[in-house]
Ligand binder design. Sequence first.
Ligand code: 4NP
Length: 153
Amino acid sequence: MTTRVLFVCLGNICRSPSAEGVFRSIAAQSAPELDLVIDSAGTSDWHVGAPPYGPMQQAARGRGYELAPLRARQFLRNDFDRFDLIIGMDRENVANIERLRPTGSNTPVKIFTDYAPDSGMDHVPDPYYTRDFDQTLDLVEAASRGLLTSLNR
Ligand code: 4NP
């Protein structure tokens, strides 16, 4: 059975493309038996068509994740039908996602840090503002492992 997972942030150039790249890499390595479709999107249209933010790409590349081929797109109402699980990075993302939920859709929407309870964080801070790209990757790696565990059960 295929599981379709969509990661969502504001711009789709820092946190959610990192989540897409890191989760894809960790899943391929530690759970190759899972049949996954993995994508990311932004609630805004500010960076549509753009590659991930340069400093974010550099930090990810330093840990062996290549984000360069990814391109930003905007989250759409029909993503509720195209994915089995939608994961926002913070509460604002989740509120903006929920605003587009079609009547009758039961697709779960989570916050990524739900899968990293040991982090003590309730959201993934935006590194576009914090400039802490390593914090982003630490949280995204921990939550990716937690998400894999939850999908493997
Ligand atoms: P992201 O970060 O939501 O993690 O992609 C942002 C990137 C750009 C902007 C905001 C957040 N921006 O204002 O352009």
